[in-house]
Design a protein around this ligand. Sequence first.
Ligand code: FES
Length: 73
Amino acid sequence: MYVCVCKAVSDTRIRRLVDDGVTTLREVSRETGLGTCCGKCVPQAREVLARSLGAQPVRLADLVAAPLAVAGA
Ligand code: FES
């Protein structure tokens, strides 16, 4: 489904950008041009981005880098 008709940016494209490490709408816009014409797509793009970020699997590197909680410390 197209999120940004002006720049032909789909929800799939946004999800792929998130998979590649993009975390902000500004980065999505920089990569695709989303939101740079009429701007009507911005609210829906925010939703798709938020959903995509929420769907990210926990990476092993994040678990290894996270400090351990120590009871009584
Ligand atoms: S629909 Fe995205 S800038 Fe117009």
